[in-house]
Design a protein around this ligand. Structure first.
Ligand code: SF4
Ligand code: SF4
Length: 192
């Protein structure tokens, strides 16, 4: 250690005394996060309200903290939650374990799982930090219908997964446009 090193250390302390203190007024004033901040997860829906999650468990296998629990089940024609064969019947994320690394959303093949910018994940008991599927599911947007219900975007999974996201939805196409395209009325029923 050099002769002046202690004085350099005191110099840092001394100069800090004259800096303006940084005080966060949380929770009254919430700070905006970066757009790609990894916050609370969300389970997304298709434009008709069906769930994008197909219960494949790839997110759970990818998670290094073992924070995700998924149980898949079969859709039936009378009770359909997603366009595919299977859907996520049980879906839980344990925020006591999650380190918000984002590996689960990278693993998801259907973009069912994404992360929001919500960082308020503190609580005073362990049970409330295990989020259920109902808590994680995206709210129903305009034009969506709560599952279970039939597939409204078409008769096959391709109508859901291989479509132009900017193309009009089947119920937004007018009869004239449909006739001009030589199409049928299949999948044109509007969600209630
Ligand atoms: S963000 Fe990381 S730790 Fe959290 S559930 Fe996803 S993979 Fe697991
Ligand atoms: S969120 Fe994605 S990866 Fe996880 S079970 Fe559902 S479809 Fe599979």
């Amino acid at each position: 250690m050099g002769f002046f090193d202690p004085y350099k250390g005191f110099g840092v302390t001394f100069s800090t005394m004259f800096k303006k203190p940084t005080t966060e007024q949380y929770p009254e004033q919430k700070k905006e996060t970066a757009p790609r901040f990894h916050g609370r997860h969300q389970l997304n829906r298709h434009p008709d309200g069906l769930e994008k999650c197909v219960g494949c468990e790839l997110c759970a296998w990818a998670c290094p903290a073992d924070a995700i629990y998924v149980e898949g089940a079969d859709n039936t024609e009378t009770e359909r939650y997603s366009p595919g064969e299977r859907y996520g019947r049980v879906y839980q994320i344990n925020y006591l374990r999650c380190i918000l690394c984002g590996l689960c959303i990278e693993a998801c093949p259907t973009r069912a799982l994404t992360m929001s910018n919500d960082y308020e994940l503190a609580d005073d008991n362990r049970r409330d930090l295990i989020f259920t599927k109902e808590q994680l599911l995206a709210p129903l947007a305009a034009g969506m219908e709560a599952p279970p219900h039939p597939m409204r975007l078409g008769s096959s999974e391709t109508d859901y997964y291989v479509r132009d996201p900017d193309a009009p939805l089947p119920w937004q196409v007018t009869d004239e446009q449909r006739a001009a395209a030589g199409g049928s009325d299949a999948g044109s029923e509007r969600p209630r």
